[in-house]
Design a binder for this molecule. Structure first.
Ligand SMILES: NC(=O)c1ccc[n+]([C@@H]2O[C@H](COP(=O)([O-])OP(=O)(O)OC[C@H]3O[C@@H](n4cnc5c(N)ncnc54)[C@H](O)[C@@H]3O)[C@@H](O)[C@H]2O)c1
Length: 335
């Protein structure tokens, strides 16, 4: 579905992190709905290099871009020469900035701040030189254990990832004061959908439970999972918010969720229905008690006003739409 009237003919769009989950979905959105736009994907792609927690440093994967016909650049947003090259040799009209250390459990504070905060500032400067509107990924992790519903202005990050995203928002607010481009930070809540498989252990619990069920395993949930609630948002609504953020009523930092809190137990129950399985759940003690978000629910009132954003997918709708893809990825990559 196309979310703006402008056909974007001859517009040039940069998507950083375009080989990742959300970035690749954006790339395909433009290819399908705005075929006369020029889309440039920049991503560092995976190299096998890992962080101290054992997860990959970058999750970008060529398979997320199979069928994409735009330009693809393999490069690091921390590379100043690359950014200069982009500044001199391109003229972007819009920048969608998705590249980041997206692993919320990463412990490398130096790399996190450099990649998520410092490189973002360089990209903002590039956006200003090009007069390109900036749409970037912030996160619900900025809220940490702040009370629910999470509202912009009441942040309390509990890890360096959340801190890095809040720092991006702070920089953005400074730039919003006197720049002619629009700058929109989107605080995604828990996103799920196509092309998340290559995030490995950091993929959504919707995909992970789906694959547990398909492999014939009893789903393993934390005790009290009916009381652990999150705002899970389907990728299509994330795309909607990004595209509408190209023409915001006002620059700003906006939550992107469904405005509803759903439990981990709900996920498994809905998945069992969609995948036609009937396994009994196993409950294990929650080792994260004290450091875990137990209730997230995005306050989306301002987002609705500023972006004309209206979430279209309940968790039932999202899992129904995603179900065939969960099965396909299982058949192709896991089995
Ligand atoms: N998926 C979610 O639930 C969620 C929630 C809140 C915020 N976010 C944010 O949304 C954005 C996209 O997340 P995602 O889920 O698609 O994650 P992802 O890891 O799939 O995508 C991020 C991409 O950035 C690339 N990248 C990492 N470091 C880079 C670097 N130095 N230079 C160039 N590219 C680099 C990776 O290779 C990867 O392809 C991220 O900024 C993430 O922090 C995601």
């Amino acid at each position: 579905m196309r979310y703006i009237n402008n056909d974007l003919k001859d517009k040039t769009i940069l998507i950083t992190g375009g080989a990742g989950f959300i970035g690749s979905n954006l790339a395909f959105y433009f290819q399908k709905n705005h075929p006369d736009a020029n889309v440039v994907v920049l991503d560092s792609f995976r190299s096998g290099e890992t962080l101290s927690n054992g997860n990959l440093k970058s999750f970008g994967h060529f398979k997320n871009l199979i069928g994409f016909r735009g330009e693809i650049i393999s490069g690091d947003i921390n590379d100043k020469d690359l950014l200069l090259n982009l500044e001199v040799n391109y003229k972007f009209d819009y920048i969608f900035h998705e590249a980041a250390i997206s692993d919320t459990t990463a412990l490398e504070q130096d790399l996190m701040i450099k990649t998520n905060v410092n490189a973002y500032k360089d990209l903002l400067n590039l956006a200003i030189v090009h007069n390109a509107n900036m749409i970037y990924a912030s996160s619900a992790a900025t809220y940490g254990n702040a009370e629910s519903p999470q509202t912009v202005g009441r942040e309390s990050p509990q890890n360096v990832y959340g801190f890095s995203k809040l720092s991006m928002d702070n920089i953005s607010r400074e730039y919003m004061k006197n720049s002619s481009i629009s700058i929109v930070g989107l605080r995604y809540f828990n996103v799920y959908g196509k092309n998340e498989f290559f995030k490995n252990r950091t993929a959504s619990m919707i995909l992970q439970f789906g694959h547990q069920l398909l492999s014939g395993k009893n789903p393993r949930l934390f005790e009290g999972s009916n009381k652990i609630l999150r705002d899970f948002v389907y990728i299509e609504d994330i795309i909607q918010a990004n595209i509408k953020a190209m023409e915001p009523k006002k620059s700003g930092i906006y939550n992107v969720g469904t405005g509803k809190a759903r439990s981990f137990q709900d996920i498994v129950d809905i998945l069992q229905k969609e995948l036609k399985t009937n396994f009994s759940c196993e409950y294990i003690p929650n080792p994260f008690v004290g450091s875990y978000q137990f209730h997230t629910k995005a306050d989306i009132e301002i987002t609705k006003w500023a972006l004309n954003y209206e979430p279209a997918y309940s968790m039932e709708d999202g899992i129904k739409a995603y179900g065939p893809e969960i099965v396909k990825v299982y058949e192709e990559e896991v089995k």
